[in-house]
Every structure is written in structure tokens, then in C-alpha cells.
Design a protein around this ligand. Structure first.
Ligand code: GAL
Length: 652
């Protein structure tokens, strides 16, 4: 299905009915509304003006559209800020209160804001919870976007002190767990603990990790309360949230998704590619500047699917240039349709575009919509028509089974640890994880993202790009699977409270594979050294561990001086270094084959994915390509000879 983000409050009421009819004619099913409309729903405290929203919903419903209602809590209005100034978060870089004038200025720890946000959510849920046209709810909007998880406010510090009390029980325990004897950082009481900011140089990593855990817990508590209110008044309706990547939110998205029916993702392939390649060389970036990197959207789609282990929605998809990246190119013709199909292929049940009509005012005037500000259709419009026609023909089912042979275990706390103690500027958590994902996708493998709590028995290959904190239960689950498990560097290198394990890295993993990390060096990313693997020469760079192994552990790859770099015992592999893309692919290809998986050799800018009865092929390059190996298949869209920027769908 397809949908759209619509802001009736931005347009004259006389235009609503024709907008709705046109949406219906375009084949859209869902319209998401109201996520920023608080000042129009409650212009002054306690004075509600729902009449316009009633009429907007009726207009959409009369055209046969279904409504996704949002709580408007991402944009608390000015009167609320004036009534409760303590609801503003405090910026952890400057120590200043966040100003009014954009969005997300609130503090998750503010008791006043929590009460007000739940109040408006409840009033809305009571009014529209059982409205026949309102079929689902979205909580807030992109929670914690714009670096808004942590706050250094007095409310946050007070709540953090309580959080510490609950976690550590006594101040002596906290001092010991954090190692506060170092630099005389011992605290006399919980009341004397502050947020880990504004000190002269780096603050204690254990303190930073605790504050990140606390801040994430605050977001989740706020969200869970909102979900409970909606569920109480909107029986039988789904509740979802439009996520952005964990790397950007500093919030544990797995925990945030726990109370939802399914997760949704906001897909901006060009903006994200621009930011991701900000420091890459021009040639590398230019190639994907108008298509997005072939693995970038799906990397987040697969992660989003992993949050609830269920199919997901795209709640927003870029329809043209955005306004917020460093540079904002136009997509190549065909990409709006291609991205939509990538989403469907990776498990999206609905794709909604952002937004119906380009805004002629305020912050996002330069952000494209399906229609231009003068109501003429933009370039994307035709592509949405095309997707709709194809969807009708294919009959993609919402509960199509997705099959995964490979899992990537991804974790928030581990991302935090490697960010807090980066050790080398060129170690970037997201990039490390992406490199493994990219290699697996180049091999044509469907990849599931799973949390560290997941069972590992359903997969043939499990990749753990990095997992500094390993739990006993994770070790037990590793022992129960026959999958080949690959651990990237830094795995097992820290305890839960950010200390070095007594038996050194990889700590508890030594129960699975006999290897010890004797020392670590980090290098600039433009410096690399030889890595020998299977008679070939690759590069090792950025992160290099000196490994000590016993004679039961096999050495798979060695450094330039022939010391071990990658080792294996039974079905467990430990990788002590980051390597070049060719090495990661060669290693994973070998391990995938040994594990009984079929891999493909795809042209560089072609990807494939399976969903239900179909296999999809995507060509991200300008050049036409022929994808060998699929010539005799029954194609329902296109063929294995793909023109530039196109896709094909075949029966499996
Ligand atoms: C999203 C956000 C939307 C809009 C959009 C612009 O992150 O949820 O409200 O701002 O970006 O690309």
C-alpha cells in the first residue's frame, strides 16, 4: 500500500476535498496527519479547537482514505513553554536551554512536560480513538532526533541521581563500579552526582555510559506512557513510531519498539548518503549522489524490521531534493519508484511519501513534495503512479514470509561504548557495522538484524560486527547454534560497567574461542598494512589487535609480520582487525559457503532481495546491466537485462 504525509492546517480548507480526491485517484490508501499541529489543536491552555481536524478527517474519509493520527508532542507550542519554562531541555554542549522556534525542544525528564504531553495525547486519543477513519496512530515524531536524548537540565540530573540509586544501591558500589578512585572522582552521595558534561577534559567513560543508559531509559518511559494512553482509548488500532537510526538518536531503538505493533522508518536516501560520505573522496560520493548508496536504505530497512522482528512501514520517503543535508541533489529519474520497491522487497508493507505538497513557507520550503507549492505535480508524481500500478499487479501480501539465513547482531550499548572510547578517530561504529552489511549484500544474502537477546538458531551465519559487552546468556545462545559466528574486533573487551575484563579481551568470548588480545593499535584510515588470507593479499587498517592463540585455534589470516589477525575454533571466528572491503567480502563469502549458503556474484551496483514468492533486482547505476544466473526465470516486472536506475521482479 501507499500513503502520504499531509498537513491540512497548512492549506486553505477549500483545497482539502480536491487534495483528498486526488490522493485517492493516485491510489494512496493512508494519510498521516497532525504530528506538528498542537498550536492549532490547543491555541491556549485547555482551549481545544478540534473542529477543523474533525472536518479534515471527514474530508479524507469521504474520499475513501484511511487516517494515521499522530500525537503532536514533538512541537510544544509557545504558550506551553512560557507556562512551564523548565520543560526546555538543556544542551549538553553549551549548558544553555534549548530555544523555542523549531521543534523537539522538550526535556524527557521534565515532570511538567511529561504531564502536558500525556494530557494532549489523551485528549486526542479520547476524541479520535474509535473514529472509524482513524486506523492507526503514530507516537510523537522521530523521537530523539536532532540530538535530543540527553539533557543537562536540573530535572535530568535529579532523575539521573534516582536512576543511579536504583541501579547501584549504595554510593560505595557506584564508586567501585565506575572506578572513581582514578583521579579522585569518588562521590560522597548520590545527590552529589552531576551529568558527565562541562568538565575540563574527558569524563569517566563509566559515568558517560550510565548517563547514556539513563537518558535512553527516559525516552522509553515517556514513549511507553504515551503508547499506553493511546491503547486505552483506541482499541484495535495499530500504534507505531517513525524511527530514525539508533546512531542518530542515542536511544535504544529495540527498547523503544517494545510496545509497538510494528516499527516505521523515515527514508531519506540522498540526505543520508550525503552525510555518510561527507569525508569520502569525490569519486566515491559522486557515483551515488543522486541514487543513494545501494546498501544504505536497505541497511536501515533491515534494522527497522529487526526492531519488532516484523514487517515495517516507511512513514516518510524523500520524493525529491531535501533541505537538510550538506548538499541536496535531485534524485535520478526512476529512483523514487526504485527506492519504494527496495522498501517493499526488504519487508515494508506500506510506503508513505513525505509530503503531499511542498510548503511555500517556513523551514522546509526547499524540500520537495509530490506536488509543487503551486499544486502542479512534481517529477515524483508519475513514479508513484507507476509503483501503484505495479503493486496492483503483484499483490504483495502484508504477511509475506521473509526468509533470512544471515543475522547481524546489533546493539545500542556497544555502539555507545565505542563512541565514548573511540581510541582512534577512524573507528566509527556505524561504518564498521555497515562494512559487514555491505559485504553480505554484495553476496546477495538477505540479512536480518537482531538484538543480543535474540535466539541464534534460525541462521546459518551470524555476524557480530562489534560487541564489547557480552552477557552470559549471549554466550549460552552462541553455544546452542550451529551457525558460523563471526565476531569483529573489540568484541568482549568491556564489562557491563565499562571496565577491562580480568582475563582481558575478548573476555567472556574466551568461553567460545581461545584467543586473547595482548594489545591494540589504531591507525589513520589512509594507512594500511598487508593482510594475508587464502594465498591472497588484502589490507588491514584502522584497528589492529595483537592476538595470542592456543594450538586448538586455527589461524585464518595473518598480518604483514605473519602474526594472527583472524582466527577460528569450531564454528566461531574472531577477527582482530578492520580490513578493506575486498577482504571482508572474501572472508564472509568463504564462511557463507562453508555454512551451506548460496552466494551470488553481482555487478557492483546491483542488489537482490527475496520477499514471499518474489525475487527483486535493483540497478543503482546509470548503465544497463545484465544480471547473469536469472535468465530463465519468470519476470513479472522487467527482466534480468536492467536499464539504468531500474528494477525487475521475478517469481522465485
Ligand atoms: C523528517 C521529519 C519530517 C521532515 C522531514 C524533512 O526527519 O520527520 O517532519 O522534517 O524530515 O526531510
Amino acid at each position: 500500500m501507499l500513503g502520504i504525509c499531509y498537513y491540512p492546517e497548512h492549506w486553505p480548507e477549500s483545497q482539502w476535498a480536491s487534495d483528498a480526491q486526488e490522493m485517492r485517484d493516485l491510489g494512496l490508501t493512508y494519510v498521516r496527519i497532525a504530528e506538528f499541529a498542537w498550536s492549532r489543536l490547543e491555541p491556549t491552555e485547555g482551549h481545544y479547537t478540534f473542529d477543523w481536524l474533525d472536518r479534515a478527517i471527514d474530508t479524507l474519509a469521504n474520499a475513501g482514505l484511511k487516517v494515521i493520527m499522530c500525537t503532536p508532542t514533538a512541537t510544544p507550542p509557545k504558550w506551553l513553554v512560557e507556562a512551564y519554562p523548565d520543560m526546555l531541555a538543556v544542551d549538553v554542549n553549551t549548558g544553555q536551554s534549548r530555544g523555542f522556534g523549531s521543534r523537539r525542544h522538550y526535556d524527557f525528564s521534565s515532570i511538567d512536560y511529561h504531564r502536558e504531553a500525556m494530557r494532549i495525547s489523551e485528549v486526542l486519543a479520547k476524541r479520535y480513538g474509535e473514529h472509524p477513519a482513524v486506523v492507526g496512530w503514530q507516537t510523537d515524531n522521530e523521537l530523539a532526533c536532532h540530538d535530543t536524548t540527553p539533557s543537562a537540565s536540573a530535572s535530568a540530573v535529579n532523575a539521573f541521581q534516582e536512576w543511579c540509586k536504583t541501579r547501584y544501591q549504595t554510593i560505595e558500589k557506584l564508586n567501585e563500579e565506575w572506578g572513581n578512585v582514578f583521579w579522585s572522582m569518588e562521590y560522597p552521595s548520590f545527590a552529589s552526582i552531576s551529568a558527565p558534561y562541562f568538565a575540563v577534559t574527558e569524563t569517566n567513560p563509566a559515568h558517560q555510559l550510565a548517563f547514556r543508559r539513563f537518558s535512553s531509559d527516559q525516552v522509553i518511559a515517556f514513549h511507553d506512557d504515551m503508547v499506553a494512553i493511546i491503547r486505552q482509548h483506541a482499541p484495535g488500532r495499530f500504534v507505531t513510531h517513525n524511527f530514525i537510526p539508533m546512531a542518530d538518536t542515542q536511544t535504544d531503538n529495540y527498547a523503544l519498539a517494545r510496545e509497538l505493533d510494528f516499527a516505521a522508518y523515515d527514508n531519506y536516501p540522498l540526505g543520508r548518503t550525503d552525510l555518510f560520505f561527507a569525508n569520502a573522496d569525490t569519486a566515491q560520493f559522486k557515483r551515488y549522489m543522486r541514487t543513494g548508496h545501494p546498501d544504505f536504505s536497505s541497511y536501515y530497512f533491515d534494522q527497522t524490521r529487526g526492531l519488532c522482528q516484523k514487517n515495517f512501514w516507511i512513514m516518510e520517503q524523500q520524493p525529491g531534493p531535501v533541505n537538510w543535508a550538506v548538499h541536496n541533489p535531485r534524485p535520478e529519474p526512476g529512483m523514487i519508484a526504485l527506492w519504494s520497491w527496495v522498501a517493499f522487497g526488504h519487508g515494508a508493507d506500506t510506503v508513505c511519501y513525505f509530503r503531499w505538497r511542498q510548503a511555500p513557507f517556513a523551514q522546509e520550503q526547499m524540500h520537495a513534495g509530490l506536488k509543487r507549492a503551486d499544486n502542479s505535480p512534481s517529477a515524483a508524481y508519475k513514479e508513484v503512479q507507476q509503483v501503484k500500478a505495479e503493486l496492483d499487479e503483484l499483490n504483495i501480501k502484508p504477511d509475506d514470509p521473509l526468509h533470512y539465513d544471515v543475522a547481524i547482531v546489533s546493539t545500542t550499548a556497544n555502539q555507545w561504548i565505542t563512541e565514548i572510547e573511540q581510541q582512534g578517530q577512524s573507528y566509527l561504529h556505524q561504518q564498521v557495522e555497515f562494512e559487514y552489511y555491505h559485504a553480505l549484500r554484495m553476496l546477495g544474502l538477505n540479512v536480518a538484524f537482531v538484538s543480543p537477546e535474540a535466539a541464534l538458531t534460525d541462521y546459518k551465519l551470524v555476524v557480530v560486527p562489534t560487541m564489547p559487552v557480552v552477557t552470559d546468556s549471549f554466550i549460552e545462545r552462541c553455544k546452542k547454534t550451529s551457525a558460523t559466528i563471526v565476531f569483529g574486533p573489540r568484541s568482549g573487551s568491556k564489562t557491563e560497567e565499562f571496565q577491562t575484563p580480568q582475563n582481558l579481551a575478548p573476555g567472556k568470548l574466551q568461553n567460545l574461542i581461545q584467543v586473547k588480545v595482548l594489545s591494540v593499535e589504531t591507525l589513520r584510515d589512509d594507512i594500511s598494512e598487508t593482510l594475508h588470507y587464502e594465498g591472497q593479499t588484502f589490507h588491514s587498517n584502522r584497528w589492529r589487535e595483537e592476538l595470542d592463540v592456543d594450538n586448538k585455534t586455527k589461524v585464518l589470516a595473518t598480518y604483514h609480520d605473519h602474526t594472527p589477525a583472524v582466527v577460528q575454533a569450531e564454528n566461531r571466528v574472531y577477527v582482530g582487525t578492520l580490513g578493506c572491503a575486498d577482504f571482508t567480502r572474501a572472508l564472509l563469502e568463504k564462511l557463507a559457503k562453508v555454512s551451506g549458503l548460496t552466494t551470488y556474484t553481482l555487478p557492483e551496483d546491483v542488489r537482490t532481495v527475496e520477499r514471499g514468492d518474489y525475487r527483486l533486482l535493483f540497478n543503482y547505476s546509470a548503465e544497463a546491466v545484465r544480471v547473469d544466473g536469472f535468465a530463465n526465470k519468470e519476470f513479472v516486472i522487467g527482466s534480468n537485462e536492467l536499464p539504468g536506475y531500474s528494477y525487475a521482479v521475478m517469481k522465485r
